[in-house]
Design a protein. Structure first.
Length: 311
């Protein structure tokens, strides 16, 4: 029997978007050995350790020193769920340690840096070292359920794409936390391209809207991304392709999910769980860096979006 992939979680507390605990839960459920977590200090590391034990019954060694974590836990993969402006540091540390990486979106983001150049350098470094690196493009793993609900939707000719997201953050932080998921989906569906006629609208109640035209490999796609800050679960989420819309619903009793249309409902596997399971199957297939070619493009699109909102 093959040895389970061992995983360390960076950013395992529920502070910002709160994906760290779910990284730990889903990696463990998929058969990985979640062996360690890294906090910024002893208090945060111990707090994360206690939270993961109380919520999910996980017993994970807690560290606040990167070198000590590597020496004592020696994980195969580093899962980075810390704030976006720390991703660059931890990706380079992961690369230097010769470890595989799984990182929450955005791949990198720091408002004080040239993020496109940083992304280009990281992509080249991981590819040249032949190190696995994965990005949390979780919503791509919902497309099979979408197709079940809309078998006649023409996925080869996408004239319109919309996504509605509800991050816990507000203001410009919403763009950093939410938009990368929208751009990753559109780039996947429409191919590499560029945006034109980008318009932004800000309104009350922490609501932001971006819309424009994406000139992709298959032609022009009109897009609209709506974001509204929402602190309480279940947070609304929906997307539509060629006006075929699905809304995610969550049963908070067991956190089961489904997609709902105007006329039908279908069960939906948690997309983060699906993404993590896929990662663990890709590693032995040596097929892990397929999303890297789009990361430079997606970083550029995020940069253009934020510049438009701040203009």
């Amino acid at each position: 029997m093959a040895k389970a992939v061992s995983v360390a979680i960076v950013g395992a507390r529920t502070v910002r978007q709160g994906t760290g605990p779910w990284f730990a839960k889903h990696f463990a459920a998929a058969g990985a050995d979640v062996c360690a977590l890294l906090g910024t200090n002893a208090d945060s590391a111990n707090s994360a350790q206690q939270e993961l034990h109380e919520r999910f019954g996980l017993n994970i060694a807690a560290f606040c020193d990167w070198d000590k974590l590597l020496a004592e836990a020696n994980p195969d993969l580093i899962a980075i769920a810390s704030p976006a402006d720390t991703h660059l540091e931890y990706l380079w540390k992961t690369h230097a340690a010769g470890k595989a990486a799984f990182v929450e979106k955005p791949f990198v983001w720091d408002s004080e840096r040239d993020n496109v150049s940083d992304t280009q350098e990281l992509v080249s470094a991981f590819e040249n070292a032949r190190l696995p690196v994965f990005v949390n493009t979780q919503w791509l793993d919902t497309l099979n359920t979408f197709r079940q609900l809309y078998p006649d939707c023409d996925m080869e000719n996408i004239s319109r794409f919309e996504m509605h997201l509800s991050p816990t953050s507000s203001g410009t932080d919403m763009l950093v936390d939410a938009l990368p998921h929208a751009w990753s989906m559109l780039c996947h569906l429409a191919g590499a391209g560029e945006i034109s006629r980008l318009e932004t609208t800000a309104s009350a109640n922490n609501r932001l809207t971006l819309e424009g035209v994406y000139e992709g490999q298959q032609g022009a796609t009109r897009f609209r991304f709506g974001m509204q800050s929402c602190a309480e679960q279940p947070r609304p989420f929906a997307y539509s392709i060629n006006n075929c819309r699905v809304d995610r619903e969550i049963d908070l009793a067991d956190y089961s999910m489904s997609f709902r249309t105007d006329t039908d409902t279908a069960p939906l596997r948690d997309p983060l769980a699906a993404r993590i399971s896929r990662i663990l199957t890709l590693i032995p297939q040596n097929a892990y860096n397929s999303v890297l070619p789009t990361q430079v493009l997606e970083t550029r699109l995020l940069e253009q979006s934020i510049e438009a909102v701040n203009a």
